[in-house]
Every structure is written in structure tokens, then in C-alpha cells.
Design a protein. Structure first.
Length: 193
């Protein structure tokens, strides 16, 4: 990793940390991009160089998921194989989110800030559309199959997150990755054969 990449990685972490701290302290509505920039000691313009909004700064994982899925080039041509490869890539992003240690903080904010749930739903719509479009444009899958694969990948991501949130809310300490794996296993069990 070069100096520029290290600086970018550090900025991404610092901006997200500041956004999380401020929203935890003051709430989503009371937190501005200017507040986040001031906390980090940078300009608002610099914040926007890395994130499109304060919500994006709080939850960049969704964009990371989109970026990761756009790089998946499955060696398989069948929808099930492509789905398998995309779910494996999703798991890697999920694991990375867990390693970053902000996973639980974001989950708690989602429970506390209902407006964030609307933002998540919008991010999921973008994920489905982006993935569906990419699969279709590459000629990998016809439109309907591409749409179904995109929806299933997004649903697995959502259900794993929601399962983790529910476990947290009920005071149970579960490994988020095991919940992701369980989600994918249960999904596979819905379509035996």
C-alpha cells in the first residue's frame, strides 16, 4: 500500500469514527457534515471527497459491498454458481465490516435512529439495481435471472444484518459471521435439489 492509499484508508476510518461519535452523542438530525469535518480537522469538501453524505460516512459498508460485487467475475455461467460466488464475496465484505469493530456501533444506531433504516433501504435498492445492471450488461445472465440473483444477494446481506441486530437487541452475543453463514445455509435449504 502506497502513501496515498494509506492516507485514504486513514481518512476513511477517521471520518467514519467522527460521524459515529457525533451521531451517538447528538443524534442523526443534529449532526452535520460540518460537525464531522470539524471533529476530524478537515474541510467539508474533504469529507465529500470520501463520502457522499453523513449517512454514507456512518455506513460505508454498502458501497464497499457494491464495489466488491462489481469485481466478481465468476468462472461459472449458471445462475446458481454466479449466486454462490457473489454470496462468497458478500461474506468477505461482511467479515471485513466485522473486523473493523464498528459493526456493533452501526447496529445500535440502526435501532436508535429510524431515519437510518430509510437510508439503508435506499442503499439496498441501489445495490440491487447496480448488480442487476452489471450482470445483464456483461451478458452473464438474462434480465430476470440477473434481477433475481441481485435481490437474493441483497436479501442475504439484509437478513444477516437484521439477525445480528435482533441478537444484540435481545442481549445475546453471537458471532456476526456465523449469522451470515447460517443465513446462506437457510437460503440454500429453501430450494432443495
Amino acid at each position: 500500500m502506497g502513501i496515498r492509499d494509506e492516507h485514504r484508508a486513514r481518512m476513511l476510518v477517521e471520518i467514519q469514527r467522527a460521524a459515529l461519535d457525533l451521531v451517538e452523542e447528538n443524534g442523526l438530525d443534529a449532526t452535520t457534515v460540518a460537525d464531522i469535518a470539524a471533529r476530524v480537522g478537515i474541510s467539508e469538501r474533504t469529507v465529500f471527497r470520501y463520502y457522499s453524505s453523513k449517512v454514507h460516512a456512518l455506513m460505508p459498508g454498502q458501497q464497499g459491498l457494491i464495489d466488491a460485487l462489481m469485481t466478481v467475475e465468476s468462472a461459472r455461467s449458471d445462475p446458481a454458481g454466479i449466486l454462490h460466488d457473489l454470496l462468497a464475496a458478500s461474506r468477505e465484505v461482511f467479515a471485513h465490516e466485522v473486523e473493523r469493530r464498528v459493526f456493533r456501533r452501526v447496529s445500535r444506531l440502526l435501532m436508535r435512529e429510524p431515519d437510518l433504516l430509510h437510508a439503508v433501504a435506499q442503499q439496498e435498492r441501489v445495490l440491487v439495481e447496480t448488480l442487476r445492471t452489471a450482470l445483464t450488461a456483461r451478458g452473464v445472465l438474462p434480465h430476470l435471472q440477473a434481477h433475481l440473483v441481485a435481490e437474493v444477494v441483497t436479501a442475504a446481506w439484509r437478513v444477516a444484518w437484521q439477525s445480528f441486530d435482533r441478537e444484540e437487541l435481545e442481549g445475546r452475543d453471537r458471532d456476526p459471521l456465523s449469522l451470515f453463514d447460517e443465513t446462506v445455509r437457510e437460503l440454500g435449504g429453501l430450494f432443495p435439489g
